[in-house]
Design a binder for this molecule. Structure first.
Ligand SMILES: [Zn+2]
Length: 374
């Protein structure tokens, strides 16, 4: 998830695009410019078709972005914070946040995206009526295509398999009726996987019968849905396993700290070589002021190790970058995944360092619990 290009911020949400997005942009432009538009609107030059393809592909991605923002905005409004979305192959993925505690909230968030696609579809359709086919054939074709594709997006997303929007709607309704979110998720994921298998088989069938490009799309989308269904369910299991677990239960208590005035040479000899930890909290006057990780050391030229102090290269941290023993492990893991920050010092109420917790500590607990279940 880390790979990608940050684009801009809108409604307080950071929007990034994954590198795969560029491949898809090229494929879409190409298939529109050489397939769809020449077929729909014959008699124009290759350059015109290329231009139409490119404009349509970019506008299509803008529509996907609006769909995703609509989910994220609703989610933020309802108190489930989403700070970043990444657009990639088949739409977008909001950065992992808390799962809703209430089926009504889930339902509202799930419905927001398809609702946006529906509105966009209607708007583009209306625009294609206004921009007359005879007078503006090119603009009209692009608008009609966008109306069509938004409705296709709507229908695809409303298929009732988790983690597609329709699957979330299905899960929310089942959950509201039975009160059993586990079972609701399992059923919705299984429908998602069943749909994925259908897409893959259907895709191969199309490839065999000569529709290579269409078939390939079908297989790719199927694989994507299959993986997302699996990981959506795994995420829920993970959340369940961590329910009620506090940071105090998983943190390491034997924390070895490094004074901030020490040189890199000393830190390497007395700490990294001796304890084999990948990072150490850095102390100044009894307070945690930073983390010194192996890569901070590696970034410094070896000849400078004797004259460089730990405080110059450490990753500086404030109170906001620390956890408390009472924090929930789920929240901490969410933060670690969304900030790409693998390790947090743990401070008690007086601000004293009592432990350190890493992603590995939490993962180890998860593995342990998974082992017990078998
Ligand atoms: Zn959606």
């Amino acid at each position: 998830m880390a790979r990608g290009i940050k684009l801009f911020r809108v409604l307080g949400i950071r929007v990034s695009i994954d590198y795969t997005w560029f491949i898809i942009l090229v494929v879409f432009t190409w298939s529109l410019a050489f397939g769809y538009f020449p077929f729909k609107l014959p008699g124009f030059s290759t350059l015109t078709y290329f231009f139409m393809g490119l404009v349509s592909a970019i506008l299509l991605f803008a529509c996907v972005l609006i769909h995703e923002l609509s989910h994220s905005y609703t989610s933020n409004r309802l108190g489930l914070e989403i700070k970043e979305i990444t657009l990639f192959i088949f739409g977008g993925v909001a950065q992992l946040t808390k799962e809703p505690d209430d089926p009504k909230v889930e339902l509202k968030i799930a419905i927001a995206g398809p609702a946006a696609s529906l509105v966009l579809g209607i708007l583009f359709w209306a625009a294609s009526r206004v921009v007359n086919q005879a007078a503006h054939p090119i603009a009209n074709s692009i608008l009609s295509y966008l109306a069509l594709i938004n409705i296709v997006l709507l229908i695809f997303n409303m298929i009732p398999g988790f983690p597609l929007d329709g699957g979330r709607v299905f899960r929310a309704i089942w959950w509201a009726r039975t009160g059993d979110v586990n079972r609701a998720t399992r059923v919705a994921s299984n429908i998602g996987k069943g749909f994925a298998i259908f897409l893959i088989v259907f895709g191969f069938f199309q490839i065999i019968t000569g529709n290579f490009v269409g078939g390939l799309w079908s297989v790719l989308i199927g694989v994507f849905v299959q993986q997302a269904a699996e990981s959506g369910y795994q995420q829920l299991l993970m959340k369940k396993a961590l329910e009620g677990v506090k940071i105090g239960d998983v943190m390491s208590r034997n924390v070895v700290t490094v004074p901030d005035g020490m040189t890199i040479t000393e830190a390497v000899e007395k700490y990294f070589f001796k304890y084999h930890f990948v990072s150490f909290p850095v102390m100044s006057d009894g307070r945690v002021v930073g983390l010194l990780a192996l890569h901070n050391v590696r970034d410094v030229n070896k000849e400078k190790w004797d004259e460089t102090r730990v405080r110059e290269v450490m990753f500086k941290i404030g109170a906001g970058d620390c956890l408390s023993p009472d924090d929930s492990a789920t929240d901490a893991l969410t933060r670690m995944l969304s900030d790409h920050f693998g390790r947090f010092p743990v401070l008690d109420k007086k601000g004293e360092l009592v432990g350190i917790v890493s992603r590995r500590d939490i993962m180890k607990l998860l593995e342990f619990k998974a082992g017990l279940r078998r």
